[in-house]
Each structure stands twice: as structure tokens, then as C-alpha cells.
Design a protein around this ligand. Sequence first.
Ligand SMILES: Nc1nc2c(ncn2[C@@H]2O[C@H](COP(=O)(O)OP(=O)(O)OP(=O)(O)O)[C@@H](O)[C@H]2O)c(=O)[nH]1
Ligand SMILES: [Mg+2]
Ligand SMILES: [Zn+2]
Length: 291
Amino acid sequence: MSDPIGIVITVHRGECEVVHDDRLLSLKLIGRQAHRGQELVVGDEVRFDPEGLVVLDVEPRRTRLARRRPRARHREQVIAANIDQLAIVASVDEPPFRSGAVDRFMLAALAGGLRPLLVVNKLDLLETPDLPDAIAGYADVLPLHGVCAHSGAGLEGLRESLAGARTVLAGHSGVGKSSLLNALKPELRLETGDVARHGRGRHTTTRSVWMRLGPDTVVIDTPGVREIATGPVELELLDRVYPDIAERAGECRFRDCAHDREPGCAVGDAIESGTLRQARLEGYRRLLADP
Ligand SMILES: Nc1nc2c(ncn2[C@@H]2O[C@H](COP(=O)(O)OP(=O)(O)OP(=O)(O)O)[C@@H](O)[C@H]2O)c(=O)[nH]1
Ligand SMILES: [Mg+2]
Ligand SMILES: [Zn+2]
């Protein structure tokens, strides 16, 4: 008979907690597996010995989401493994919406094999009923949910997108990730922080939390991420983050068009005529220059 498999939900020194058959188990990390404890992340699948409750081996990761460590430019740290979707959480304000960050998260999701979706929280801070163009335009690029954790607006649609999948919530500190989960499942009572505190760079959530919202629905809350790791930019993935640019670039007169005032540049024409926002091209260039 093959060894049972548990899904890691937290890692401590010398042991990890896993879910197996709807039960929570604490498994020991000993011998060869002990040093791997440092590498285990939420979502990892471990084979274990059900008698001694010892981790035997770690299954290869199907997907991975990594962040970049501040000050260590090329050091990647995997945040979660074997996750189906990345819900990129942003807010319309407080902290301000930053499209550069959204694009980077999206690229990281695609690079790691996760399906991205965008959740824009704090709709109550908008003065108009509609999302600003810079946010609304994302609906053409990935599934977009405008929501409000405080009023509950948009939460039903979000719930549908989360159903049946393992989703990790990621985004800058203070956008309201934990607040959204509390709104989706009030009995969770996750700690949330005030924005003033976030402004000083404090994170309220300090470790990933694994939560079941339904029989096949799992959502993982993560501490605010300052920088996400995208790895070297693959043009094919970049084109999926910027389909609006990729589409038009195919119509430029020159195949190697840099979209920098060349004659017959379809991207430049689209910006000129107002069908493409200049900021999209700038975002594309930034990601290309600094993955
Ligand atoms: N106005 C408004 N404020 C909100 C909303 N949702 C959350 N907030 C506030 O935003 C602040 C941060 O919320 P958190 O849920 O702690 O944010 P987080 O993304 O989990 O932050 P970290 O855990 O640090 O990554 C809190 O003061 C919340 O009350 C909302 O829909 N509208
Ligand atoms: Mg939080
Ligand atoms: Zn061009």
C-alpha cells in the first residue's frame, strides 16, 4: 500500500501540520527531512508514515508562487505550492491602487502555473459608482472582482470564483486580504490591522493561514508581500499580461517595432486614438526592463 499524503498548512521547527482525510495531523521532520523543513511551504504535499507520524518525502510541486526577498535581489522565496489560483488583492485607495504591482503579481502567477484573478477591495472609498479606467480596464485581461469587505458588495461573485479551487490571496499589506476572508467566513475572526499601522510597514498577518471555505474550496491568506518574484521575463507570458499590447504589436509595420514613434506603429496609433492607455505601454516596458 502506498504511503498517505498530507497537505502542509504550517511549518514549525522539526515538525509540520498537515491536513489528511479532513483531519489535522502533526508530523515530525527527522533525519534527511529535517533540513527540508525550512523549505516546506503551505500547500506542499508530503508522504508520511502513519504509524510514527514522520514525513518520508515531499512530492514535486505542481505550481509555485514565489516572492522576492528585499535586499537580496535574486533570492526567491516560495510562498505557496500546488495552488490553483492567485487572487491578486488590491484596493481602490488606502493604499493606492498600483497597476505595476498588479501586473507583476500576474506575471508571477503565470510563471508559477497559477491562474490569476484580480480582486479590488474598498469600493466604499470610491466617490463615483464606477471603477476608474485604470482599474476597470483589467476586465479585458483577467477576471476582475470589485468588492467591499465592509459592506459585502461583490462578495457573492468572488465566492463563485473561489469555489472548487485552492486559492492564495496575495497583495500589499493593508489592502484588506484578511478582512475579505473574515467577510466571506465571519467565524474566522482573522486579525486585521489599521491602515496607519500598515503605513509604517507593519504587517498584521505574519504567517500564511490555510482556510476551508467549502468542501473543495481552500483559501490561503498570506502576509502582505512587498515584492513578488517573476523570474526572467518570458515574452510569451508578458504577452498574456499585456494582451492589449501584444495584439496591436502584431499589426505594427516592422516586426521588431519598439513602439517608440516608428512609422506604422499600431501600438502608438492606439495610444494616439485613445483606445490604449499610455500607462499600459509604460508598464509593459518596465516589466521588460526589470523583471
Ligand atoms: N474602507 C474600507 N476599509 C477596509 C475594507 N476592507 C478592509 N479595510 C481596512 O483595511 C485595513 C487593513 O485590512 P487587513 O485585512 O488587515 O489587510 P491585509 O491585506 O490583511 O494586511 P496584511 O495582513 O498586513 O497583509 C483595516 O483597517 C481594515 O478595516 C473595505 O472594504 N473598506
Ligand atoms: Mg492580513
Ligand atoms: Zn509598434
